[in-house]
Design a protein around this ligand. Structure first.
Ligand SMILES: [Zn+2]
Length: 194
């Protein structure tokens, strides 16, 4: 996620702040930081520097921006799937929950096509394909049914409902990708042969 490790001490004129613990939105580490910049006349507004990756996070009323990225980082996915998965996690981070749901549906379609499903089908057909061909554990069928129903109404405007939907489908996509791409030896072997 983070390309260059920056030494936080290299930032100019850093100040000693009240220690604050948060999950860094850049590197994903949970850190305790006591360095950064304080806003004049305000005790609860500051910029904290991550001791791990050196990047700055803005803290106001104990809310840190950027927030933590949701889900696990997975690398070495097929190209399109990789960029979509990263985009879904980034969308979740900024609270773009409808976007998460739509991107995750696109990921499911891409993975199904990657495993031989016909292009241009409906979302439900792709999900069925993944279950019927064993890419999704049979036990998670109930979970999938929920996603199927919710996916059809990704347009509802209720934020907390959107958030739950986003979380559920992102969890599901994460599991699908981990099972099939991280732990599937066929894929790893074919990668090594290429
Ligand atoms: Zn960091």
């Amino acid at each position: 996620m983070v390309k260059t490790i920056i030494d936080y001490e290299d930032w100019k004129n850093i100040e000693h702040l009240k220690p604050y613990s948060y999950t860094c939105g850049y590197c994903g580490e949970t850190v305790g930081s006591s360095y950064g910049y304080l806003l004049k006349y305000h005790d609860d507004i500051a910029i904290y520097l991550c001791p791990y990756c050196g990047r700055p996070s803005f803290m106001e009323n104990y809310v840190v921006t950027p927030g933590a990225v949701y889900g696990q980082s997975i690398t070495n996915l097929p190209d399109t799937v990789q960029s979509l998965y990263d985009e879904a996690r980034n969308s979740y981070q900024v609270g773009a929950f409808t976007g998460v749901v739509l991107i995750c549906r696109k990921i499911l379609a891409n993975v199904a096509v990657y495993y031989g499903a016909e292009d241009g089908q409906s979302f439900i057909k792709y999900v069925d394909y993944l279950i019927d061909n064993g890419y999704v554990p049979e036990k998670s069928r109930e979970w999938v049914d929920k996603i199927r129903l919710e996916g059809n109404s990704a347009t509802h405007n209720h934020t907390s409902k959107n958030k739950n939907d986003a979380q559920r489908i992102l969890d599901f996509v994460q599991m699908l990708l981990l099972i099939n791409f991280k732990f599937n030896s066929d894929y790893n072997n074919s990668e090594n042969n290429n």
